[in-house]
Ligand binder design. Structure first.
Ligand SMILES: *[C@@H]1O[C@H](CO)[C@@H](O)[C@H](O)[C@H]1NC(C)=O
Ligand SMILES: *[C@@H]1O[C@H](CO)[C@@H](O)[C@H](O)[C@H]1NC(C)=O
Length: 272
């Protein structure tokens, strides 16, 4: 297995978080990390509960200039204490490895947290609504998010998610939570890791987690409202839109900073 080369071994034990946010991001993408640190990532106490964020990185690619990026990552780690880096090559096809490293880190360093969320770096996250939802959620064998049930496997060779029949013969994916942002109770990481020893590797990380959940016989939970874990930004966002959701996919860091300003001006809106 891969090891963690930049770690925060004691933070979780000291902070005792209710919710841990793990954000997979490429080493080179410092802009995304800074945008998150200045927006939803700075919310560390929400509804009286401790929330901690960590960025999860692999090793940078040669062409990105490994040495200068490594130095920058170490500097960020010293400044913010929010970097976890593992020694596999950070690439799209290695995202399942990244997710498994996340489960390993959580089960070894953060076993006493109640919930964790894996959330992509290009997302809006309403931490207040998330914690509000989790305060009413079961704390065991629980996983939720944008849950896909019976989705057909993509056989179009030009698709980013193309899977040949030889790799995955079933017509439909298992029930899974889409990788843009899924939430789970902290008793699951250890079980998913155990299951992964029996489930054939697949580079589509969210589907792979779904296969592990199926192997375990643990069902996914639908969120209390179907549009809380939203896909894309609606064409027209109503005045209180950002207060009414938990996640939305954005175009990038610029839009996150912009949207965060709008969200913060929504003092009169009711949370979900
Ligand atoms: C988790 O809680 C148990 C029981 O309170 C404690 O013994 C253990 O040290 C804690 N682990 C961490 C990593 O905080
Ligand atoms: C995944 O990471 C391993 C370990 O660093 C590396 O050898 C391999 O080339 C990577 N795979 C891809 C597809 O990037």
């Amino acid at each position: 297995m891969y090891s963690i080369t930049v770690d925060e071994p004691h933070r979780c034990g000291q902070e005792r978080p209710f919710l841990v946010l793990i954000i997979p991001v490429a080493p080179i993408n410092r802009e995304a990390r800074n945008a998150i640190r200045n927006t939803w990532g700075k919310e560390t106490t929400v509804l009286g509960r401790v929330v901690s964020r960590y960025f999860l990185l692999g090793m940078s690619k040669e062409e990105d200039g490994t040495e200068s990026i490594n130095a920058q990552v170490l500097e960020e780690s010293r400044t913010h204490h929010d970097i976890l880096q593992s020694d596999f090559l950070d690439s799209y096809k290695n995202l399942t490895i990244k997710t498994m490293v996340m489960f390993e880190w959580l089960s070894s360093r953060c076993p006493n947290a109640t919930f964790a969320m894996k959330i992509d770096s290009d997302m809006f996250l309403n931490v207040r609504n998330l914690v509000g939802m989790l305060l009413k959620a079961p704390q065991h064998l629980y996983m939720t998010g944008n849950v896909a049930r019976g989705a057909p496997v993509l056989r179009d060779q030009t698709s980013k998610w193309f899977l040949p029949i030889s790799v995955f013969p079933e017509d439909n994916y298992p029930t899974y939570a889409r990788g843009l942002g899924y939430v789970f109770s902290l008793d699951l990481p250890k079980r998913i890791l155990e299951a992964s020893a029996h489930v054939k590797a697949l580079y589509i990380e969210d589907v792979y987690v779904g296969l592990c959940m199926r192997h375990l016989g643990i069902g996914l939970t639908d969120p209390p409202r179907g549009d809380l874990f939203y896909g894309t930004v609606p064409y027209l966002t109503s005045n209180c839109y950002w207060t009414s959701v938990i996640t939305t996919i954005l175009r990038g860091s610029d839009q996150l900073i912009q949207v965060w300003r709008v969200y913060q001006s929504h003092g009169g809106c009711k949370h979900f």
